[in-house]
Design a protein around this ligand. Sequence first.
Ligand code: HAM
Length: 420
Amino acid sequence: MSYSIPRGTYDILPKDSYRWQALKAKFTELAKAFGYEEITTPIFEVSDLFERSSGESSDVVQKEMYRFTDKKGRSFALRPEGTAPVVRAYVEHNMASSGNNKLWYWGPMFRYDRPQAGRYRQFYQYGLEFIGSDNPYWDAELISFLWLFLSGLGLKHLRLELNSVGCPNCSQDYDNALRAYFQPHLESLCPDCQKRYETKPRRLLDCKVTTCKQIAGSAPSQLDYLDEPCRDHFAAAKSYLDKLSIPYTINPKIVRGLDYYTNTAFEIVYEGIGAQNSLAGGGRYNGLIEQIGGKPTPAIGFAGGIERLLIALENEGISLGESPGTDLYLIPMGEQARDFILPWINRWRMEGITIGFDPDKSSFKSQLKAANNSQARFAAIIGEDELAQESVMLKDMQSGEQSLIKLSELVSTLKTKLNH
Ligand code: HAM
């Protein structure tokens, strides 16, 4: 019997883990500089949380959510996204009172979709949520974080696309305008769009079916239907982005796939990696916190997919995070030398030295080969002479240089040589 990994998932093998670690380190470092704190929520939540928040018209909830029933018959879902859980935690822990309103997260999300390059059933998202103010400055600050994070990695082919999806007040007029526009074309629309026509007509704007796309081409623009407060908010957010020198293009067709958005909506698109070219996306969700039982509180956030980011980095030949390698490979010559060295090994490791040692290899030749294979910077050879002097022969594996070092001085010598 042999097993293989579920479709749409993947293993992160050790050779790839360094890239993931480096990416996460860069993300967390920048998040810290912007004053964001980490929040971790469970992988599953009651399914109602997503149904109520992410929405009845969203494919993510209607078609792609992994639901399951527990032994007591309660309905749970593997989280398809991170915003609703973060908001649930914010309300549940009354975080408004503790002032923790700049939150970042990183973790796996789950969507049952047709897997393809850049689209998985288990994928990882990094994200920020800023909760508690409607000031458009925060829209620009959060978007600038995302832009700086991605461009700071060295990516060049990025495009920030910006839109405003308005508020419940003005979006109704817009929905009516869209229904009037699409009405004569109803029969030519795909079955999904025919349903969306009733529930959320703006979702017709991002349908991927060619006929729907063609029809949507000349649909009215949300930006022409914004009421005055929404227009002012959008103008101010853009002006802050200009002041922060963040380049953007306006795309009135950005509707976002989840239902909770209000006002500013944005995506970062990366050209050249196929159909799944949205590296990250987000927007305001001023009604969500109230919707799930909190006090009315404005908020904005974004999330990005790590897999697509890695594809984009590879596309531009940007490498990150090398294997740290072995600092020191131990080569005891014979049983006596090995027993002599054993008590020291973990002591040195506890001092932060990465040590290679393999008692299954006994000859000098095989141990030296293992040291080379592990790309160790130094080897410590312990023969009869070294044993007698409580020392090792430290060999620099790059220059070949050798020197006799007392065991008690080995760590400090190595730290100096390795610049630890
Ligand atoms: P989203 O646009 O559904 O937004 O997802 C954000 C990002 O996650 C996408 O731009 C993409 O990079 C990645 N992504 C989505 N689905 C997949 C998939 N199946 N495979 C690989 N990557 C994927 C949200 O999830 C919102 N919670 C963002 C947000 C935060 N809005 C406000 N706060």
